[in-house]
Design a binder for this molecule. Structure first.
Ligand SMILES: Cc1cc2nc3c(=O)[nH]c(=O)nc-3n(C[C@H](O)[C@H](O)[C@H](O)COP(=O)(O)OP(=O)(O)OC[C@H]3O[C@@H](n4cnc5c(N)ncnc54)[C@H](O)[C@@H]3O)c2cc1C
Ligand SMILES: NC(=O)c1ccc[n+]([C@@H]2O[C@H](COP(=O)([O-])OP(=O)(O)OC[C@H]3O[C@@H](n4cnc5c(N)ncnc54)[C@H](O)[C@@H]3O)[C@@H](O)[C@H]2O)c1
Length: 483
């Protein structure tokens, strides 16, 4: 048995772990990076990048099929070669993974171990079978994994998750996608556009990360018009017959029961932190009800222990740029412990790469208190530039503080949302008011003119408020931490 005593041990060489390792080293600590699975990060191997590659192929197919309204006709069938689609997805994915792996291989060999780590005592890790690590500080950056309802395991190899999709050599014929969250929506729509027979199933009528009911209704209408979408089912029965998955479900809205057969069930029903095999019961850390160590979201420190937790595993905001920021905070704080500092927290931003795209910035509608904000709206159906491009679908809601007109956040689906989301997130971070945003330039004709319509609508609502409504003493605290 070998014993190592680095200043900092980082468990997990994903986006957060790599950032933590680099930050710890930059702050002058010795650091050990421990990776139990494949190098290359979730984002590059089975997450952000392969999903966007699949979506890009789907967009190409969709565009090719929808030229006629412009008077442009593609004579002959649009043919999708599933093998070629998957070949490009995997080739390009491997290229992205290759860059990450190259970066890992540049880390000195004495600074990395390839084996799973688990706590055997507070501040003691067993790594693999023959190494004990007794570090001064620990960063937990073990990421997350799909949360699959246990009864579905009976489907055997007909049950798949996102990782399996990106291992396909060819596209299947029929896939039941469960979970209309971010992953289910992105992959479900892409597969549909690539000619796979898809039905997207949800429970409770939610879509993606949206919390604004009007925007959710718009999303259900738009996606439901494009592919079979059952956003709110109850009483489903899922079983395997031969190589088929047979799904029987009841639509909550109509009470109608249906049965359909598929080749696979893709579980996109959420993700949960990778903590199960970490031996946290030996760590001395206080755990919350979900079994996640209790930690300070600013410093990422777990209680008063010299242990930090970063990335998807802490379940704050499971997004790539957040994992990178948190990794940096955790690694730096581990190196300088006990002089820990609050890390950078940027304005919230998230984008779903469906079409239309969904985006959210700043405060979600569900986080705002009634009476404390006004809503400005634009429907993209009549928005000039969107109509020109025949991308005129979607609804945007922007929220502004009743007291000072400060822009609080937005939820929407619509064209070019990935770009507009950045303008708006920057506005949130700069604490701009709606009036200040309306003083900024808007070119013509651009989709951003739709945003201006929503901001003008919010400004009009603000102008109508009386002095008492503006005072809104009840929402003082909520609004002050809107950033
Ligand atoms: C399909 C999909 C699409 C996505 N698309 C986007 C997107 O478009 N934009 C976006 O911002 N985010 C997206 N995400 C989310 C993003 O991928 C994650 O937020 C990010 O990868 C999290 O990084 P991480 O470092 O926390 O975890 P990971 O990259 O998963 O790293 C954790 C590492 O820890 C290792 N590990 C686990 N347990 C142990 C142990 N006990 N010992 C040693 N090592 C261990 C794992 O093997 C893994 O390598 C997507 C996710 C998925 C699944
Ligand atoms: N574009 C992006 O930035 C991007 C893309 C993919 C993933 N991600 C990250 O990955 C995280 C996980 O994504 P996800 O889509 O797995 O989770 P999610 O939490 O976004 O969605 C899970 C969905 O599954 C539904 N659900 C749960 N159990 C169900 C059941 N039995 N039947 C039907 N529906 C059920 C939930 O109601 C929810 O709508 C996201 O929160 C996001 O942070 C980001």
């Amino acid at each position: 048995m070998k014993t190592l005593t680095p200043d900092v041990a980082v468990i997990g060489a994903g986006t957060a772990g790599l950032a933590a390792y680099r930050a710890a080293k930059a702050a002058g600590a010795s650091a050990l990076l421990i990776e139990g699975g494949a190098h290359g990060t979730t984002c590059a191997r089975v997450g952000c990048m392969p999903s966007k590659l699949l979506i890009a192929a789907a967009e190409a197919a969709h565009s090719a099929r929808h030229t006629a309204p412009f008077g442009v006709h593609v004579d002959g069938a649009v043919r999708i070669d599933g093998r070629e689609v998957m070949d490009r997805v995997k080739r390009e994915r491997d290229r992205f993974v290759g860059f990450v792996v190259k970066g890992v291989l540049n880390i000195p060999t004495e600074d990395r171990i390839e084996a799973f780590a688990k706590f055997t005592a507070p501040m003691e890790l067993l790594v693999g079978e023959d190494t004990i690590v007794k570090p001064g500080r620990i960063v937990i950056a073990t990421g997350s994994a799909p949360a699959v309802p246990p009864p579905w395991r009976a489907l055997g190899d007909r049950l798949i998750v996102n990782d399996d999709v990106f291992a396909w050599d060819d596209l299947p014929e029929r896939v039941a996608v469960f979970g209309p969250g971010v992953i289910g929506l992105e992959l479900g729509q892409a597969l549909h556009r690539l000619g796979v027979k898809v039905r997207l199933f949800g429970m409770g009528g939610k879509v993606g990360p949206l919390s604004d009911e009007a925007v959710i209704r718009s999303a259900i209408g738009i996606f439901g018009a494009e592919f079979p979408f059952s956003p709110d089912i109850k009483g489903s029965d899922i079983r395997r017959e031969g190589d088929e998955v047979v799904v029987t479900w009841t639509e909550a809205a109509t009470g109608e029961t249906h049965t359909e057969r598929f080749d696979y069930l893709l579980a996109a029903t959420g993700r949960r932190p990778n903590l199960g095999k970490l031996g946290l019961e030996h760590s001395g850390l206080e755990l919350d009800k979900q079994g996640v160590p209790v930690f300070d979201p600013a410093t990422l420190q777990c209680g008063t222990h010299p242990v930090f937790i970063a990335g998807d595993v802490n379940n704050i905001v499971p997004l790539l740029h957040e994992a990178a920021d948190e990794g940096k905070t955790a690694g730096h704080n581990a190196a300088v412990f006990p002089d820990v500092v609050a890390g950078l927290r940027r304005a919230p931003i998230s984008v779903v790469f469906s079409e239309p795209q969904i985006a959210m910035v700043g405060k979600r509608r569900g986080e705002l208190e009634d009476g404390c904000y006004v809503t400005g709206e634009v429907d993209f159906a009549d928005q000039g530039r969107s109509r020109v491009m025949l991308k005129n679908a979607g609804l945007m809601h922007v929220y502004a503080d009743v007291r000072d007109g400060r822009f609080l956040g937005a939820e929407w689906l619509g064209p070019r949302a990935e770009n507009i989301a950045h303008l708006l997130a920057w506005a949130v971070q700069q604490r701009l008011t709606v009036a200040q945003m309306l003083d900024m330039p808007f070119y013509h004709p651009v989709v951003e003119e739709g945003l201006r319509t929503a901001l003008r609508d919010a400004a009009a609502h603000l102008a109508k408020l009386g002095a008492a409504e503006r005072e809104c003493l009840s929402c003082e605290d909520k609004a002050s931490d809107a950033n």
